[in-house]
Ligand binder design. Structure first.
Ligand code: FE2
Length: 493
């Protein structure tokens, strides 16, 4: 493990972040790995019944030597694990040690193409080399392993305790060409896990997977798509799986010739409209598909059937694909392309494929919408997201609030962080002692102190402030998704 001296790191951070928003300090230098470390409590106390492990994934390394990655999605995945036990909380951080990561670490430079990255050197290398699996997007916790997910390939299996990388995992069913996306959905009733992979090629299609609770793939189906697009997430809504295919098209030739990355080869074509595909989740067969207004989404909060039988989807809607440009610019620490996503709700009739209602629920720029994992696919009590405090926030700024949005009333309850403090995706941990209640766990970066903390909130009382704040030993770069794995009963002591 090669580490940089703290003083050198601080001056590199100062140099990179000068004149930029304070969050840039969190991505200025690569994350440092750390071994299991007891976390000091800075404020409050850890809730007695909170037992288990928070796993988070995100691009921990955006730079080698003086070379920055081309897109935030191309950073090397690093896993933060925070374990809560009777004697307190411990945390560790390790990179997912893929062969590509190891080769680049040995060379101390980037060697591979990625989502937005083009492999350096002669063009022929781009024709022959596989893109790097960045393993940086989310974590799926299974009984005997965790999976670091990346939507362009197979997941990497890691030891859930040591975070040691075991290798690519095919879930006993993925062929080498079948990717496994980073937003699997676990049915809270059966424990079955649904997911998909987007397969580019002569015939573009979505490959659907249903796995047993242990992760083993037991059922697959193929859904042809009219064109290549970017489908990042999907919805479990009662008896349906819902996919929304944004109006993107792929410039195939520049991609194949290595002139453009996948990110740069995707073209926004609003005239195509978004395509909604309803799938029966038992048979995995298409029930209906239809075109509607154009928009782009990365993430859905949830979906369900309401009392009338309509499908309700809550999601973060962008007017176009400029959000991809904004995310690319994050690497610089100062994005400048306007790209505001807001919370929307779509109601549609699955029998007639008619849109019944489609409206904005919240005018604030937001992302990472979640619900309790126990409410996935059903009407939730509330959803949770991170967002800007004001509707007109600076383009370069990151989110500074976490809110609970009551599903029925729309009532908003907010925890706003101090200026220069940035929460990541809030992860819901159901309370084992109080059914229907839970905690929200987030990692917050304080750009004034160069300090990351784990913060625990009562999900129903965000405005009361954190129940507990724990200091992490190193800065955790802003990241993407994670999961909560509750301790099994024998571990609770
Ligand atoms: Fe995502």
């Amino acid at each position: 493990m090669r580490q940089t001296a703290p003083q050198t790191r601080d001056s590199s951070r100062d140099r990179f972040a000068a004149g930029k928003p304070l969050w840039a300090r969190a991505i200025a230098t690569p994350a440092l790995e750390f071994a299991p470390t007891a976390l000091p409590v800075l404020q409050g106390q850890i809730p007695e019944a909170l037992r288990g492990t928070l796993y988070r994934n995100g691009p921990g390394r955006l730079q080698r030597q003086q070379q920055r990655v081309a897109h935030w999605f191309d950073g090397d995945g690093g896993i933060l694990a925070v374990h809560f036990a009777a004697d307190g909380a411990t945390a560790q951080y390790r990179y997912v040690q893929t062969p590509a990561w190891q080769a680049e670490a040995a060379a101390d430079r980037f060697l591979y193409s990625g989502y937005g990255q083009l492999a350096p050197g002669p063009l022929w290398r781009r024709w022959t080399a596989q893109p790097k699996n960045a393993a940086n997007t989310s974590v799926l916790a299974l009984p005997d392993k965790i999976l670091a997910l990346w939507e362009g390939g197979h997941p990497y299996a890691l030891d859930p305790v040591s975070l040691a990388t075991k290798g690519l995992d095919d879930l006993s069913g993925l062929s080498p060409q079948q990717p496994y996306s980073a937003h699997p959905k676990r049915d809270p009733q059966t424990g079955n896990i649904y997911n998909f992979g987007m397969i580019f090629g002569k015939e573009v299609h979505l490959q659907l997977y249903r796995s047993s609770p242990s992760g083993q793939i037991e059922q697959q189906a193929t859904i042809p798509l009219p064109r290549a697009s970017l489908v990042h997430d999907f919805v479990l809504a009662g008896p349906y799986l819902v996919f929304v295919v944004p109006p993107l098209s792929l410039q195939v030739l520049p991609l194949l010739l290595g002139f453009k990355s996948l990110s740069d080869a995707l073209r926004w074509q609003p005239e195509l409209g978004s395509q909604i595909i309803l799938v029966d989740r038992d048979s995995l067969e298409v029930v209906s598909r239809f075109e509607t207004d154009p928009w782009f989404q990365w993430h859905f909060a949830n979906g369900y059937l309401d009392e009338t039988g309509a499908i309700v989807l809550d999601y973060v809607r962008y007017p176009d694909f400029k959000t991809n440009q904004w995310l690319q610019e994050v690497v610089s620490g100062q994005p400048h392309t306007p790209a505001k996503g807001t919370l929307w709700q779509l109601r549609l009739d699955p029998q007639t494929s008619q849109i019944l209602a489609h409206e904005q629920r919240l005018p604030l720029s937001c992302e990472f919408p979640v619900v309790s994992p126990l409410e996935l696919g059903q009407a939730p009590q509330a959803l949770y997201l991170i967002h800007q405090a004001q509707p007109e926030a600076p383009i370069a700024e990151m989110f500074n609030c976490i809110s609970r949005v009551e599903q029925a009333s729309g009532k908003l309850t907010t925890a706003q962080f101090a200026t220069g403090c940035y929460p990541m995706e809030a992860i819901y941990a159901p309370r084992p002692d109080q059914p229907g209640q839970g905690w929200l766990l987030t990692v917050v970066f304080d750009g004034h102190q160069d300090q990351s903390t784990v913060q625990i909130f009562a999900a129903e009382q965000l405005d009361a402030g954190p129940l507990c704040v724990l200091a992490l030993p190193e800065v955790i770069p802003l990241g993407f998704h994670g999961t909560w794995q509750a301790a099994i009963d024998s571990d609770r002591s």
